[in-house]
Design a protein around this ligand. Sequence first.
Ligand code: SAM
Length: 190
Amino acid sequence: MLNSIKRATSFVQYILREKIKEGNVVIDATMGNGNDTLFLAKLVGLKGMVFAFDIQSVALESTKNKVSSNKLDSYNIKLINDSHENIDKYIMGTVNAAMFNLGYLPKGDHSIITKASSTIKSILSILSILKPGGIISIIIYYGHDGGKEEKDEVLNFLQKLSQEDVTVMQCNYTNHDNNPPIIIFIEKNK
Ligand code: SAM
């Protein structure tokens, strides 16, 4: 690929391609228009499983259409119209990876945004079922109203996670204007 790091989504996918294998169980914690759901489904294949969450039914509609138009209807993709903080109600076993894309639904209602309290609750929930070596990616968009508060709280929470248990890496764009996204990877050590 010509530009692997110019777009946050491309860079995250570049790393996750190394980690996620066929047959894995994975989570798209912020489904939105389904781009990450689709990416994950293609990686885990027919033997894998994708759980995708969003609080907006319009996101489920958009993702459902994307799954169909990409001919992935026979894949194990569960679209869940609920907050990612309730992950433990839907997933009983362990998972290999999860993706978060914080902020609002592109081309949707910009006032419906991810919030620090539910994001943090969801990360903790996923960490409790994440396999050793498993990974969580988070892209933090924060240019919108309420975005900076979520960014600060989430980064503060991540800094306090034990280095015995997890490795947290933060990637920043140092020469991009207009609140460039922050990329986080959390890898479970054991
Ligand atoms: N990954 C998406 C894509 O490929 O289009 C973009 C995600 S968008 C930046 C953030 C999404 O998170 C929005 O669709 C929003 O409705 C959703 N969201 C907000 N709060 C949520 C919550 N508590 N649980 C699950 N999804 C939530």
